[in-house]
Design a protein around this ligand. Structure first.
Ligand SMILES: *Cc1c(COP(=O)(O)O)cnc(C)c1O
Length: 395
């Protein structure tokens, strides 16, 4: 007799419950903003990826509404059948101009972009070398390829070079890294990664989900932050779901990249195009960040202020260099308790423990945004001071 679905579901859930890994997402009762509502309470939101405050921005919603009205609720088909509208083409041109790349293609999410691009570009006989802390969607994307997969130690150039030296091929060599790592908020040393990769004839692939709209002039991303521009041996992928405030993913780079993806990438070929309102919102987001430099300025002013004050209180933020600000509590139980205590004080910030982060480095991950006011940050810092002292993490 085979196991029943009931037994399977219950035993899986019990396993998660027993190891303390069962998740209950908190429900927002308002738009995702610097101030949101949770369980009937107004909270200062330090948990979102809404870096620029675009998720509920009126200018962006207005263009979304216009595209909804003029182009419809849905695209109606996958893009190769009848789903490609003029607005999809125009937005991709806008994105390529913004990124200074030869071409750009938009997919449904950052997650599917990694599946589509890695699954398309890599073939049997190729070698791919991936940072050990790369995002889950990269790991899943690599599972779709027959390329030889190697891991290098996080941001360790000697280890990357060793892997490149030991794994030569006549096929394509690809070095894969996040642009900004989402747990510690550190920036990949792309200047050195690209230099090492070039020495071995390898292409660099940057997943810039947390760097897009955050780093580089007007948020052009980590690649631009390091002074690279039109590079044919760098593939940039990223999300349109974080700083850009909506949903989607992009691949940008070599002039021929887009055309190959259109012909081969399975999420492009077998999944319906993005709805018009999403395209409208995204095109407005890319315009807005270039027209109004105050978004980037507020994001970074707030980031520098919050980090300096967290440090002054005596917390460890692991030297993070980006708006992602981990605050270390040690044991997972302490981080989860701190998250509950902060919520009691009107601060929404999520605790992360093992296996998401190393055992003794459980933390609360804060993401500072352009939308937070100085008062918001001061209120959050006051709550951190109380909670940190009560839990004995600071004095
Ligand atoms: C968030 C994230 C993704 C997924 O992006 P979505 O658009 O939300 O699917 C992919 N890669 C990295 C590095 C991320 O941080």
């Amino acid at each position: 007799m085979s196991i029943s679905l009931t037994d399977r579901l219950q035993s899986e859930l019990q396993g998660l419950r027993d190891s303390g890994l069962l998740i209950h997402p908190r429900v927002l009762e308002s738009p995702n903003r610097a101030h949101s509502r949770i369980a009937g309470q107004d909270v200062i939101n330090l948990a979102s990826n809404n870096y620029l405050g675009f998720a509920d921005h009126p200018v962006i919603k207005e263009r979304a509404a216009a595209y909804l009205r003029d182009w419809g609720a849905g695209a109606g088909a996958v893009r190769t059948i009848a789903g490609t509208m003029q607005i999809h083409e125009d937005f991709e041109e806008q994105l390529a101009r913004f990124k200074h790349t030869g071409s750009a293609l938009v997919l449904h999410s950052g997650f599917t972009t990694n599946q589509g691009v890695l699954g398309t570009v890599l073939k049997e006989g190729d070698v791919v070398i991936s940072d050990e802390l790369n995002h889950a969607s990269i790991i899943d994307g690599l599972r779709l390829t027959k390329a030889t997969k190697k891991i290098y130690k996080h941001a360790d150039m000697d280890d990357l070079e060793r892997a490149l030296r030991e794994n030569d091929t006549d096929g394509l060599k690809l070095v894969v890294t996040d642009g900004v790592f989402s747990m510690d908020g550190d920036i990949a040393p792309l200047d050195r990664i690209v230099a090492v990769a070039r020495r071995y004839g390898a292409v660099t692939y940057v997943d810039d989900a947390h760097g897009s709209g955050v780093l580089g002039e007007a948020g052009r991303g980590t690649v631009h932050h390091f002074g690279f521009d039109q590079e044919d041996d760098v593939i940039q992928v990223g999300t349109l779901s974080k700083a850009w405030g909506v949903v989607g993913g992009y691949a940008a780079g070599h002039a021929d990249l887009r055309e190959l993806l259109i012909n081969r990438a399975r999420p492009y070929l077998f999944s319906t195009a993005q709805p018009p309102a999403v395209v409208g919102a995204l095109s407005a987001a890319i315009d807005l960040v270039q027209e109004d430099p105050s978004f980037m300025k507020r994001l970074w002013d707030n980031t520098h202020y919050f980090k300096a004050e967290i440090e002054r209180l005596g917390f460890d933020h692991l030297g993070s260099e980006t708006p992602i600000t981990p605050v270390i509590f040690g044991e997972a139980s302490a981080a989860f308790e701190a998250s509950r205590m902060l919520l009691d004080r009107g601060i929404f910030a999520v605790g992360l423990g093992f296996p998401t982060v190393p055992k003794d480095l459980a933390r609360i991950r804060n993401i500072i945004t352009a939308e937070h006011t100085r008062e918001d940050l001061d209120q959050a810092l006051a709550a951190y001071a109380e909670v940190g002292r009560e839990l004995g993490v600071i004095r």
